[in-house]
Design a protein around this ligand. Structure first.
Ligand SMILES: Cc1cc2nc3c(=O)[nH]c(=O)nc-3n(C[C@H](O)[C@H](O)[C@H](O)COP(=O)(O)OP(=O)(O)OC[C@H]3O[C@@H](n4cnc5c(N)ncnc54)[C@H](O)[C@@H]3O)c2cc1C
Length: 445
């Protein structure tokens, strides 16, 4: 069996085609190039794709994963690397002075006077591995004293207990993607992007069934030793086997314009990333960036049942994202939109009149257990997948490339085992939970 070191030090150069230039695809490309392989990335849009889930003003970086040791350990390594990337980004993108990784810390708050099971589980697990000194448990009044922007939330009972973890914060996801693309370009990764040259329509199989390449929408065949699909929420529309394992779910995200006089109070100097009893409400948010405060609801989300492109039976439905620029992609179903704004106004009454700058759905690729799927596709030699980000994949950017490169190189590791192909509770049927609703129930706001 190969070890990671063998492969990196004396690789047998191969050619890999990667479908999808999101955070999984780009980091896989960089890690494979570092191992001397030839890599071509295909994307249906210029990178970062406007409606890809890796492209947004921010993403949370946290290591608070309850007792999930695999994710916690990887996230902790990633945080240390994000610090290195912060420095490196100033060299790679000298004209962009926006912070890449902003270590503003994170508040995990609850509505009750005692922490809920998830938050308590995080404190206990992190303390058990020696991270107690990073954490600070706070009563309602202590929370309001430490971060004045929460004072009203504590007095009106939305936040009655909390803990603060100073290790973590947020990354500017858009900047991180631009940085990764620049790094990949400099290393010699090749890119085909756009509706014709970059959209992958099909795979090429040899007579023995081995996947030997792919075909783009313009009809061009591209051959390689292996193909990796990292197409985020679109993955199951390309790889039918994934339809029982992942589902695309639209998650509501709202951006409000914060008045000038409040920006200092809500800036990352004075206000961290926050979750507001997330296991009950789903609501979480960020400090102000470029005048905008983003908040979102982590939930099962909205599905968009669509006939599966690979099936001749039109009643075979999978959820496929409604892209931005379409009415369904650009709006949030009205009841959810109203509920979220009303919650924000209770939490931060000073923002009651802050205008909504933008509201949209952003697409998770959910697995039933919220673990990624980084694996060979069973019975399709030469075809691999790296997907299932489940709403928390971005923070792992600095470490996920090597995990993926190990898997496609046939190198076993404990981490890779955690993300292996597995049966979903739905068995071989399609995995299409109803979630918060389907977009067919969409109403104009
Ligand atoms: C609302 C929201 C909030 C989130 N919050 C956090 C957070 O706070 N912290 C965190 O760590 N993570 C978070 N995540 C999750 C994280 O953003 C994702 O796990 C991660 O970005 C997934 O990256 P990806 O590369 O798998 O997918 P994507 O970034 O979506 O990339 C997939 C790419 O594949 C391309 N593609 C699709 N089909 C084809 C085709 N046929 N041919 C060619 N190209 C194709 C697309 O254009 C796209 O560029 C959040 C996600 C969402 C939606």
């Amino acid at each position: 069996m190969l070890t990671s070191t063998d492969d990196i030090l004396s690789p047998t150069p191969k050619k890999f085609l990667i479908v999808g230039g999101g955070v999984f695809g780009l980091n896989a490309a960089i890690a494979l190039r570092q191992r001397q392989h030839t890599v071509i990335v295909f994307d249906r849009l210029p990178i970062p794709a406007e409606d890809g889930s890796s492209n947004d003003i921010n993403r949370i970086v946290r290591m608070d994963y309850g007792a999930k040791g695999l994710e916690q350990g990887l996230a902790e390594k990633a945080i240390l690397k994000w610090r290195e990337w912060n420095d490196d980004a100033t060299k790679v993108l000298p004209d962009d002075d926006r912070p890449l990784f902003d270590e503003c810390g994170i508040i995990l708050a609850c509505q009750d006077k005692v922490l809920g099971p998830y938050e308590r589980g995080c404190v206990e697990f992190l303390s058990s591995i020696g991270h107690g000194p990073l954490l600070q448990e706070l009563s309602a009044s202590e929370l309001g004293d430490k971060f004045p922007a929460f004072a009203e939330a504590t007095s009106n009972s939305v936040m009655q207990s909390a803990y603060y973890n100073k290790l973590g914060g947020m990354v500017n996801a858009n900047k991180a993607m631009v940085y990764l693309k620049a790094k990949a370009d400099a290393m010699g990764v090749e890119f085909f992007t756009g509706e014709d040259h970059g959209s992958v329509a099909d795979f090429i199989s040899n007579a023995d069934g081995r996947v030997a390449g792919l075909t783009t929408r313009d009809g061009v065949h591209h051959y390689a030793d292996a193909v990796l699909v990292a197409a985020g929420a679109w993955s199951a529309s390309i790889v039918p086997e994934l339809a029982s394992l992942v589902v695309a779910s639209g998650q509501p995200v709202i951006y409000v314009s914060v008045p000038e006089n409040l920006r200092e109070e809500f800036s990352s100097k004075n206000f961290p990333v926050w979750t507001a009893d997330i296991t009950k409400t789903g609501i979480y948010g960020f400090p102000v960036q470029e005048g905008v405060l983003k908040f979102a609801c982590h939930s099962l989300g909205f599905t968009n049942p669509t006939p599966a492109p690979w099936s001749s039976d039109p009643s075979t439905l999978i959820s496929i994202p409604s892209p931005v620029g379409t009415p369904l992609g650009d709006t949030i179903p009205a009841p959810k939109y109203k509920e979220m704004l009303s919650f924000l106004r209770t939490l931060f009454p000073s923002l009651a009149d802050a205008p909504v700058a933008r509201a949209r759905l952003c697409w998770y690729t959910n697995t039933f257990d919220e673990r990624f799927v980084i694996s060979a596709v069973p019975h399709r030699e030469g075809l691999y997948v790296a997907t299932g980000g489940s709403g928390h994949g971005f923070k792992f950017a600095p470490v996920i490339g090597d995990v993926i490169a190990d898997v496609v190189s046939g190198i076993e590791s404990e981490v890779a085992k955690g993300f292996a192909w597995r049966d979903s509770p739905a068995g071989t049927g399609l995995y299409l939970p109803k979630g918060d609703g389907t977009l067919r129930e969409h109403l104009p706001i």
